[in-house]
Design a protein around this ligand. Structure first.
Ligand code: CIR
Length: 261
């Protein structure tokens, strides 16, 4: 099962995190010290959920580099190195590659190239099928290259239009066992093969809490979303809550802060 993870990669926030892209949020700039504390909490949560965590050093030239999820997609058969759509983030993928090579053989690593763009936040894995957001950050060519690599590994993929939010997973996440959280535009659009899922429609005021991550017996989620938490508990998961206020200010959420496998 895809939630049986053993490893994670994270990157420490840089001082420049205060200048991270905030296209969808208007809550002021992150406070660096607080972002560091929250990042510490996040790393502890991953460890508590059973992961060995590789912590990479901060990259001062890249304010958004703490959001490593956008640099690669890790599948059970190998890693796909992304090409972020945000021009200021493009180099982050190349800077992640040496670390991917520490864990994966050369033939287990594929690289998305120009003119494709694809960010990991737009990729939601449901067993052997991948939903890929068509967003401001991920284009048609990104989907074409990505789905081609997946096909070599025996996986299927389909595109999902993302209109009013940053990434596909900003609008909900799959927590395994058929359980899918959806919010915002995905409540009304026929984006997913709905009959296949137990859907929970996250109330608008808790939309930020819809991006969470299943790791082994746990779901790691942002603190302060009681209805999402209650639903996850109802589904039988143990919960670990992490304060995310500083990353929320720059459109980042729980899944964005790590690569997991
Ligand atoms: C950005 O706009 O790229 C960052 N400020 C936030 C990235 C969040 N990443 C994610 O959802 N996977």
């Amino acid at each position: 099962m895809a939630s049986n993870f053993t490893h994670a990669i994270v990157r420490r926030p840089s001082h420049s995190v205060i200048d991270g892209i905030a296209d969808f949020t208007d809550k002021g700039k992150p406070i660096y010290e607080k972002a560091m504390e929250q990042h510490d909490q996040y790393v502890e949560a991953l460890k508590q959920a059973g992961l060995e965590v590789t912590v990479l050093p901060a990259l001062e030239d890249y304010p958004d580099s703490v959001f490593v999820e956008d640099t690669a997609v890790i599948t059970p058969k190998g890693a796909i190195s992304d090409r972020p759509g945000a021009p200021t983030r493009r180099e982050e993928a190349a800077l992640m590659l040496p670390t991917l090579h520490e864990f994966f053989d050369d033939d287990q690593i594929k690289v998305i190239t120009d003119p494709a763009t694809l960010e990991g936040g737009d990729v939601m894995m449901v067993d052997d099928h991948y939903y890929v957001g068509h967003s401001q950050r991920t284009n048609d060519e990104g989907f074409r290259q990505f789905s081609g690599f997946l096909a070599e590994w025996g996986y299927t993929a389909e595109q999902v239009p993302v209109e009013h939010i940053l990434h596909l997973k900003t609008g909900g996440t799959y927590v395994e066992d058929g359980n899918l959280l959806v919010c915002g535009e995905f409540k009304t659009k026929p984006a997913y093969h709905r009959g296949q899922f137990n859907l929970f429609e996250v109330p608008d005021e808790e939309a930020y809490g819809a991006d969470c991550v299943r790791i082994n017996d746990y779901v790691v989620m942002a603190k302060g979303y009681p209805r999402v938490k209650a639903q996850l508990q109802k589904w039988g998961y143990k919960i670990i809550e992490v304060e995310m206020t500083e990353f929320e200010k720059i459109d980042g959420s729980i899944t964005c802060l790590s690569l997991r496998w």
